[in-house]
Design a protein around this ligand. Structure first.
Ligand code: AVJ
Length: 326
């Protein structure tokens, strides 16, 4: 509850960091220590992720962009004339520019973001690029189903024909149940005649996956460890980053890449006056990135009442853009 959350915060940590602190302490006091991957993206983390997208080993971003560049005309032809695009978690609005450049039919763009700052940024960045486009920002958390229902009620978004665009294989960060819930939210958002376009990363050779999340230059390691730095900076943490090793692991059972931070020694870390003990070799699980087959994704989507209409892939079958309809 609100009361307990506030009580846990010491005076030198701002109230806005309470949720971060609560999540960190709760994650680090589990049997398998974990931290939510959504906290990777502070300014430093976002910049490191940008660097990741340009790495040799990280095929994800460039492959999706190539698919988009190659097939966006074809995709545009399938879609109806007067269309609004909703992008949940659009961030700075950089990705949508690629799609919009090929889709002259799009009348309205709805950036859907939890951060006001990012919404303002995307507005400022996109409006000069697309002066004709109506930009109608939506403030909220697309993973929160109650909030999405409320927003639909208030805006009547679902009475028009929308394309919900969710690129980057971000869906892969969520466990199966949450991924279904999120796709249900998309199904509600797009309207009965609408569309959902999702980018998914496909199952492939294990080593390709392991390397994509553990690059030679160590950028992904820095990205992973930056989470500990953020805890130090914002929550009075005492992590010594040199005492942890970045690891990418492939979990065969769940078809996912996991990122871990492995403690190199027995150590105690203090976070906001709370002690956390580590054994040597004990890990903090920091991220899941689920990989799909077209079949497994089709079944996942079906559970969200979405049917897979068409897919577009690269020549290596590394990545797929999937068009779904209610
Ligand atoms: C932004 C969630 C798509 O899982 O591939 C990249 C994040 N983590 N390298 C992914 C990430 C480590 C990325 N997503």
């Amino acid at each position: 509850s609100q009361m307990t959350t506030i009580k846990q915060c010491s005076i030198n940590i701002s109230i806005s960091n309470c949720e971060f602190l609560t999540d960190v302490i709760s994650g680090l006091t589990q049997q398998q220590k974990s931290l939510p991957c959504k906290y990777f993206y502070d300014d430093k983390g976002a910049a490191l992720f940008e660097q990741i997208t340009r790495l040799q080993e990280y095929y994800v971003t460039r492959t999706e962009l190539a698919i988009l560049e190659r097939y966006s005309k074809e995709i545009a032809q399938i879609l109806p004339e007067s269309l609004s695009i909703i992008e949940p978690g659009c961030g700075s609005g950089k990705k949508i520019a690629h799609l919009l450049a090929h889709m002259s039919k799009v009348k309205t763009f709805v950036p859907f973001e939890i951060s006001t700052e990012m919404l303002n940024y995307s507005l400022a960045h996109l409006s000069p690029l697309f002066p004709e486009l109506v930009i109608a920002p939506l403030l909220g958390d697309f993973t929160d189903s109650a909030m999405v229902k409320q927003l639909i009620k208030e805006t009547a978004l679902n009475s028009q024909t929308n394309l919900v665009y969710f690129p980057g294989s971000t869906l892969g960060n969520f466990n199966t149940l949450k991924a279904i819930e999120i796709m249900r939210n998309f199904q509600h958002l797009c309207g009965v005649n609408g569309y959902v376009l999702i980018g998914i990363d496909l199952v492939k050779q294990r080593q390709v996956l392991l390397d994509a999340y553990d690059d030679k230059l160590g950028v992904t390691a820095a990205f992973n460890k930056n989470l500990l730095q953020r805890i130090n900076d914002e929550l009075n943490g005492s992590f010594n980053l040199a005492n942890f090793n970045h690891e990418s692991r492939y979990n065969e059972q769940h078809n996912r890449i996991e990122m871990h931070l492995v403690s190199l020694c027995e150590q105690t870390v203090v976070i906001n006056n709370q002690q956390i003990n580590f054994k040597q070799g004990e890990s903090i699980h920091t991220e899941n990135s689920h990989k799909y087959t077209l079949e497994s994704f089709k079944q996942l989507a079906a559970q969200a009442n979405l049917s897979l209409e068409q897919t577009w892939q690269d020549d290596n079958n590394y990545f797929a853009l999937c068009l779904l309809r209610p």
